[in-house]
Ligand binder design. Structure first.
Ligand code: ACO
Length: 370
């Protein structure tokens, strides 16, 4: 038994939800470039859950169901008010999503219909939790969403308390499409491991949020913004990055386990970052990011991943840095729940082996003799 570090190259499941083949990402066989250009996030959610793009009636039905479940139980709002105002936002989300199970009578109902309804509830409530906590920590009351509006619109509306610009809604929607699913990424894998014990869907997504939080996964988008803030201005980029590269430190937002020739999602976010910067008349963050890419790709051959240009994109949307990874979770909730439903449909407990490298043949001695 020989271990493969980080399970690199190990095929651990079959799935018909998304694929990465020769650097091309598809959801249910649709190229991510087409979905990013032409589909809304709600269409993508439907695609991931039901395996086909919705017609108009089906899409309206899904939107109505999401609208029906978007509000939080008052106990969850009360709980959010008890949290420290400076809490880690991914810890807040992980805790609140886990707590939702306590207010769902069907939390442990394992029928497909019950699990699908729970997926709808989780997808609907995740943006509400993030927006509500963001307002509560600023001493403001949470805002109810606008009926009939999209997830992207309502998230921005509930966050800021005013009608978002159409360009901001479009950019948010596209970002949600781009992050929705990604084959057997770390957080999706942990959600599948959790529910493969026949634990409930709330436990599965709670595991996933905890896994997404780390800076080697979803937490990288916030880490990129920390780096941009540390650099401060365009003229400081070269010195800062060169020193990091010389010290063999990691540059956040670069590299990927699967993509070695570039992440197909990054170009869309790069374009959004540029367009939003132009519209604001402030291309500093975009220009800094482009220069970082020139240096890192030029010297290390590493390409930017999905997280790199999301940092400047979300900043141009005036979103606080510590909500970047929670936004990733809003989007990936669709993929996690699709994978959890798929896991339940053809389940076998996930239980790999470890290569033992510890001592052997130890002689037990009583506690007095140690
Ligand atoms: N900056 C500098 N060097 C890097 C970076 C980076 N961002 N990423 C990889 N490398 C180097 C490694 O140090 C390693 O060098 P070595 O061979 O001299 O030891 C080499 O490139 C190969 O990298 P691995 O560590 O083997 O890559 P792995 O597949 O294990 O990790 C990961 C992939 C975690 C994404 C890594 O590239 C990384 O830490 N990137 C920065 C964090 C990040 O952006 N994460 C988001 C990923 S996308 C997502 O999850 C949404």
């Amino acid at each position: 038994m020989t271990a493969t570090k980080g399970l690199e190259g190990i095929v651990a499941a079959t799935s018909s939800i998304s694929s990465i083949i020769d650097g091309v990402l598809t959801y249910r066989g649709y190229n991510i470039d087409d979905l990013a250009s032409f589909a809304t996030f709600e269409e993508v959610i439907y695609l991931l859950w039901y395996g086909k793009l919705p017609n108009e009636n089906e899409l309206a039905g899904l939107k109505a169901q999401i609208g029906e479940h978007v509000e939080l139980p008052s106990s969850i709002i009360d709980t959010l008010k008890l949290f420290p105002k400076d809490a880690n936002t991914m810890a807040v989300l992980r805790t609140a999503v886990s707590a939702l199970a306590l207010y769902d009578d069907a939390a442990n109902d394992m029928s497909h219909e019950a699990n699908l309804l729970k997926a709808i509830k989780l997808q609907a409530k995740t943006p509400t939790i993030i927006a509500a906590y963001s307002r509560i920590r600023e001493g403001l009351e949470p805002i109810a969403p606008v009926a009939g509006q999209s997830i992207a619109y309502n998230f921005l509306y509930m966050l800021k308390g005013k009608e978002p610009q159409a360009s901001a809604v479009d950019a948010m929607d596209k970002a949600l499409v781009l992050h929705a699913d990604h084959e057997l990424n770390a957080s999706t894998f942990s959600s599948r491991v959790t529910v493969a014990t026949l634990s409930d869907i709330y436990s599965g997504v709670t595991s996933a949020i905890g896994t997404l939080k780390g800076p080697l996964h979803g937490g990288a988008n916030e880490a990129v913004m920390v780096m941009l803030e540390e650099i401060g201005s365009y003229d400081q980029v070269d010195d800062y990055i060169q020193e990091k590269l010389n010290n063999k430190e990691k540059i956040m937002g670069f590299g990927h386990r699967v993509y070695k020739n570039g992440d197909p999602r990054a170009k869309h976010l790069m374009k959004m970052s540029e367009e939003l910067g132009k519209a604001k008349g402030n291309l500093e963050l975009y220009n800094m990011s482009v220069r970082i890419e020139e240096l890192v790709t030029g010297q290390k051959g590493l390409q930017p991943n999905v997280d790199f240009y999301s940092a400047s994109t979300y900043t141009m949307l005036e979103i606080p840095r510590d909500l970047f990874t929670p936004i990733f979770a809003i989007s990936r909730m669709s993929g996690w729940t699709a994978h959890i439903l798929e896991q339940y449909e053809n389940n076998r407990i996930i239980r790999p082996r470890a290569e033992y490298v510890g001592p052997a043949g130890q002689i037990f001695t009583s506690i007095q003799e140690r």
